[in-house]
Design a protein around this ligand. Structure first.
Ligand code: GDP
Length: 724
């Protein structure tokens, strides 16, 4: 039995005394009250310095709270070997550290857009974020993509302008870009002290003092000095702007502003915290992580301005018992509600599931309900992850982020709850994979090992899919981009010891319909002696919004078809949608309404109705003007001016539609275009040779769009005739 007691302390710190008792003399206390917990992510363009900054954070926090040995020489966040080689962070590891009596969980997010799913799932579970910008390049295309995702999830952010030591660094230009390009109210709370070679620290505009780091050593200590006279006018100007920005959103500061009173630091901090939480203001700091400058004030800002779990609204979800919406507030005394946001197979402990706990407590050894799948599970261990080592804890509490061992049937996006109080939280949304390759083991003996490994990888990553082609018997894997698949194939060898050969990447086309059809019948009736089969349905099928997949509704009234057969009909529809009528690609974005049908007392069965549903759907799609959809990518190219014509011409030749041409921050032009994925294979090499390697590009999935007739014809000619 677990007993939870939660009381407020005199200071109003909720959850300070929360206690989980496992047996009479075995109390477990929560280490930190929620108000002193931060769950944050670090969002950045690849190469902006996320890894370096995270390492410094872990180093400085490790200095104040020696929980274990942090290896100073290596990137402790990126523990997968291929991440180090490629220099990108792929997995979303959660790392815990302690800063000035605050517990900070850092949820790692990747900078590469092929891995947007990792960003999405991190954004779903974190409360606030640090956005890192590069002082030379400013706002880069990928930062923009991630920034927009963070807006969608309502994540408050502080901004860190990194690499202030580099030639061409410009703090104020970067701030301007954040304001203009991202439309965010970015407000400096520091101004840099020096720039490029001379960058040595910052002026703290709230306290009006200067901080200077030594050139030597790892920057653990720094000097706190009066603002140097030459910086005073600049600092006064920007403190004035900070005050003004806060006066716009805070009545108390507005009154002081009107009266001409100078606000005290704590006044500014209070208003800044409120404004940051509401995303009215994004505080901006400056630093150079590699040079060990400016990271401690960033930690202070995380603690001072980013939300604690208590600042977050109660989570909402659906009670699977009655379909009603329910809420859970962030309290230890509430029933357990947790979201699984990452599943990893770990070489040491096996299956590791990362959880965000929204309410209640979770003790090791406890039985929980996977409400999303109605499965009972047992949590055998609760682990706190410190990047390169783990710490067993007896329990985790509301607002926490931990990894657990023992869950066998829980997947990314599932909700775990107290068995008596089930609720299903909305899972994070994942894009559909757009690119596929056939894969086979190098030696036939490895076939089983390969299937097993692929299944495990697909469990970890909802944007990675595996299927066996019915016609060819080939195993086909699909993902979000060439790099995504490359990394997964790499992991097959490293983590699972399976060497595999892959084919040429193929575009993952889809099919859908253009018009609505009504009253399409599907029957499966066999009545020749003995017990027969009887299924009969009538469907309406119409186009649905992009991203819908299938919206199925039953309008059966008066028991024309008994309720128990309806799930079988939906299953039949779903199955039929896996293979389209045009070229056998999956059919998406349909609204299907079951309007009528009939049944037979004896002969009707699930299987008969399933087949009837499937027959009706195929027929309806054929009549509803089916079309082929192709994935279209958003491509952003930054190129020196002299190659612009060439780059544009090439993009147009690839059926690209140019959306905009801007002046790039670091010089040159930035071209944005929408280009079908089918035309983008080999682009990296082409672009390099056309521009002497001086242009760069990023590409991310934009949408599925109708393929032009010529393309459709070619694909239909290539593909097998679908089972019509
Ligand atoms: P990530 O891809 O965002 O994780 O970026 P990294 O932390 O790996 O940094 C990318 C590159 O920028 C590395 O070569 C770092 O050494 C370098 N870097 C990071 N921070 C700074 C900085 O403050 N100043 C300079 N000059 N280089 C930096």
């Amino acid at each position: 039995m677990i007993e939870v007691a939660s009381t407020r302390t005199g200071t109003g710190e909720k959850g300070e005394r929360a206690r989980v008792r496992r047996g009479e003399d075995d109390p477990v206390f929560r280490q930190f009250p929620m108000v002193r917990t931060r769950n944050i992510g670090i969002l950045a363009h690849i190469d902006a310095g996320k890894t370096t900054t995270t390492e410094r954070i872990l180093y400085y926090t490790g200095k104040t709270y020696k929980v274990g040995e942090v290896d100073e020489g290596t990137a402790v966040m990126d523990w997968m070997p291929q991440e180090r080689e490629r220099g990108i962070t792929i997995t979303s590891a959660a790392t815990s550290c302690l800063w000035k009596d605050h517990w900070i969980n850092i949820i790692d997010t990747p900078g590469h857009v092929d891995f947007t799913v990792e960003v999405e799932r991190s954004l779903r579970v974190l409360d606030g974020a640090v956005a890192i910008f590069e002082a030379v390049a400013g706002v880069q295309p990928q930062t923009e993509a991630v920034w927009r995702q963070a807006n969608r999830y309502g994540v408050p952010r502080v901004c860190f302008v990194n690499k202030m030591d580099r030639v061409g660094a410009d703090f104020f230009r970067t701030v301007r870009m954040v304001r203009e390009r991202l439309g965010a109210n970015a407000v400096p709370i520091q101004v840099p002290w020096g720039s490029e070679d001379s960058f040595c620290g910052v002026v703290d505009l709230i306290e009006m003092r200067a901080l200077r780091w030594p050139e030597e050593g790892l920057g653990e200590t720094f000097e706190v000095l009066p603002v140097p006279p030459e910086l005073l006018p600049l600092a006064r100007e920007w403190r004035g702007r900070l005050f003004e920005a806060l006066a716009e959103v805070d009545d108390h500061l507005l009154a002081m502003f009107v009266e001409g009173e100078e606000p005290a630091p704590e006044e500014l901090r209070r208003a800044l915290r409120q404004a940051t939480l509401k995303m009215q203001v994004f505080p901006v700091l400056a630093g150079a992580s590699l040079k060990n400058k400016g990271v401690q004030p960033l930690l202070d800002a995380i603690v001072a301005y980013l939300p604690s779990p208590l600042d977050m609204p109660s989570v909402r979800g659906m009670n699977p018992g009655n379909g009603k919406t329910e809420e859970r507030s962030p309290e230890d005394s509430e029933p357990l509600t947790a979201l699984a946001f990452k599943v990893m197979s770990d070489p040491y402990v096996g299956r590791l599931t990362y959880l965000r706990i929204y309410s209640g407590t979770l003790a090791a050894g406890r039985a929980v309900l996977n409400a999303s799948r109605s499965k009972k599970e047992r949590v055998s261990r609760v682990l706190r992850m410190h990047a390169d080592y783990r710490e067993d804890v007896e329990a985790a509490f509301s607002g926490d982020i931990v990894a657990v061992v023992g869950l066998k049937q829980t997947f990314t996006g599932d909700t775990l709850t107290d068995p008596s109080y089930p609720i299903i939280l909305e899972p994070p949304s994942f894009p559909e994979p757009v690119i596929s390759v056939a894969i086979e083991p190098k030696s036939a003996a490895d076939q089983d090992k390969l299937s097993d490994a692929l299944r495990k990888l697909a469990e970890e990553d909802p944007t990675f899919k595996v299927r066996v082609d019915d016609e060819t018997g080939q195993t086909v894997i699909s993902g979000m981009g060439e790099l995504h698949l490359e990394v997964l194939v790499d992991r097959l060898m490293r983590d699972f010891g399976v060497e595999a050969r892959v084919g040429r990447p193929q575009v993952a086309y889809r099919e859908t319909v253009r018009r609505a059809v009504r009253g399409v019948e599907g029957k499966y009736i066999r009545q020749t002696g003995g017990r027969g089969q009887y299924g009969h349905v009538v469907l309406d099928v119409e186009p649905a919004a992009a991203g819908t997949g299938l919206a199925f509704e039953s309008r059966i009234a008066g028991g024309v078809i008994p309720k128990e057969f309806i799930p079988a009909i939906e299953a039949g529809v779903r199955e039929a949608m896996e293979t389209g009528v045009l070229a056998g690609y999956p059919v998406v974005d349909l609204k299907v309404t079951l309007t009528d049908g009939s049944y037979h007392e004896v002969d009707s069965s699930d299987i008969a109705f399933k087949i009837a549903g499937s027959v009706a759907l195929k027929e309806a799609v054929k009549r509803a003007d089916p079309i082929l959809l192709e994935p279209v990518m958003e491509v952003e190219v930054v190129t020196p001016d002299e190659y612009m014509g060439e780059v544009l011409q090439d993009l147009t030749g690839r059926r690209g539609r140019i959306e905009s041409i801007d002046v790039a921050a670091g010089g040159g032009r930035e071209i944005r275009a929408l280009v079908p994925l089918a035309e983008m294979f080999g682009y990296a090499t082409d672009l390099r040779s056309r521009t002497q390697g001086r242009a760069s590009y990023v590409m991310r999935f934009h949408s599925y769009q109708e393929a032009p007739p010529a393309v459709t014809e070619e694909i239909l000619a290539r593909s097998r005739p679908a089972d019509r």
